[in-house]
Design a protein around this ligand. Structure first.
Ligand SMILES: CC(=O)SCCNC(=O)CCNC(=O)[C@H](O)C(C)(C)COP(=O)(O)OP(=O)(O)OC[C@H]1O[C@@H](n2cnc3c(N)ncnc32)[C@H](O)[C@@H]1OP(=O)(O)O
Ligand SMILES: O=CC(=O)O
Ligand SMILES: [Mg+2]
Length: 353
């Protein structure tokens, strides 16, 4: 095992120095597109200004005989598109596939200076991140890439979930983790065929009541993903990296998508994937704190002075802990407002009320 003193040393001579802190850049939606699909690729310049992250997907959803076209397409798009301050990410093929090595070799060599984050699917443990970490350092050094490309893991195997803490802390390149509910369901042998979201069969039922216990008993649908998401959020927070909800596959059910995204937001996630343009606005709405909530947080911070002691505001007790909660909300709102003029105006208006 390497000494902790070496944790922030480059893994190849000439590779850029690893970051000490993951930069917090808004990433409310990671918008997936297939760079080998001409129709989707043509939409990239118009979608780029409307999203926080554009992700050229090379893995699942790209057919085996279209893998090279997707890779080549991404290189072309990265070289010819002005992304402004929108981040460009990619999802490479899984490390046990015949394409992953060429994905990394080609992308870092050709567009390493354009890529912010590489998403690695089906990560099982720290060893997967170590493999990518060293290879990236070698390729960055060879290609003269000057800032380190960060790594994002998808949590989508039972083994990955069992090892989530070590994955989160495996490298200073670790930017974040997304829940991958579709592959995770398969890996765990769960009996859902949906991509994320709830299931009507996963419920609790009210106790028997009424005369002789025969009254109709209400049922309450539960969240299949709560345990994993909460575990993932804790692992990410403990290691100073960012947690995300992944895909919601029922594109037409925008209401349930919004609910699932909001659960993730409330639990600590900073964003989710958008698979279709209709999900972009949902993620933007959900992962931006409500203006009234931001105004409330400012009010608490203002009333708390140096952040210690206890005060009452509108009948609610505030102390050091709620001060910190409010700082989380205000910190996020400030970061989003710096990128999003509409949100900036909405927050300013709510503060003045
Ligand atoms: C479990 C996982 O791994 S999830 C991650 C992997 N999956 C993906 O990345 C899926 C990405 N999304 C898609 O492939 C598509 O959105 C699909 C297949 C779900 C639906 O596609 P379509 O049937 O074409 O949807 P629809 O007809 O509503 O599309 C409307 C328009 O939006 C375009 N569009 C659809 N999805 C996207 C997208 N993600 N990005 C950009 N444009 C898109 C379509 O090309 C179409 O364009 P047109 O109006 O010029 O014809
Ligand atoms: O890749 C995502 C998933 O849900 O599987
Ligand atoms: Mg998957």
């Amino acid at each position: 095992m390497r000494s902790p003193k070496d944790f922030f040393r480059p893994l190849a001579v000439g590779a850029p120095t690893p970051v000490r802190e993951v930069p917090f850049r808004p990433s409310r939606m990671i918008h997936f597109f297939d760079p080998g699909n001409a129709k989707m690729a043509a939409k990239v310049p118009s979608i780029a200004p409307t999203v926080d992250v554009l992700l050229g997907n090379l893995e699942d959803a790209v057919a085996a005989d279209r893998k090279e076209a997707a890779r080549t397409g991404l290189v072309e798009i990265a070289k010819t598109t002005d992304f402004g301050d929108t981040q460009l990410w990619t999802r490479i093929n899984s490390l046990d596939s015949p394409w992953a090595l060429d994905d990394l070799l080609t992308l870092v060599t050709e567009i390493g200076d354009k890529l912010d984050v590489i998403m690695v699917p089906k990560v099982e443990g720290a060893e997967d991140i170590h493999y990518v970490d060293r290879l990236l350092a070698q390729l960055e050094a060879k290609a003269g890439v000057r800032r380190p490309i960060l790594v994002h893991a998808i949590l989508e195997t039972a083994t990955g979930v069992a090892n989530v803490e070590e994955i989160a802390g495996a490298s200073p390149r670790m930017q974040g983790i997304s829940l991958g509910p579709a592959d995770l369901a398969a890996s765990r042998r769960m009996k859902t065929t949906r991509v994320g979201g709830g299931h009507p069969g996963y419920l609790v039922r009210e106790d028997p009541h009424g005369p002789d216990g025969t009254a109709p008993r209400a049922t309450f649908q539960q969240d299949l993903w709560h345990y994993t998401l909460a575990r993932m959020v804790d692992a990410c927070a403990a290691h100073g990296i960012l947690p995300y909800y992944g895909p919601f596959g029922d594109i037409k059910d925008t209401t349930a998508c919004e609910d699932q995204f909001r659960n993730a937001f409330l639990l600590g996630c900073v964003g989710a994937w958008s698979l279709h343009p209709v999900q972009i606005g949902i993620a933007k709405k959900v992962f931006s704190p409500e203006p009234a909530e931001v105004a409330w947080a400012h009010k608490v911070i203002g009333a708390m002075g140096d952040g210690t002691g206890a005060v009452m505001i509108d009948g609610k007790m505030q102390d050091d802990a709620t001060y910190k909660q409010c700082q989380v909300v205000v910190g996020l709102a400030d970061a989003l407002a710096a990128r999003d003029p509409e949100l900036r105006a909405a927050y300013a208006a709510a503060n003045e009320e």
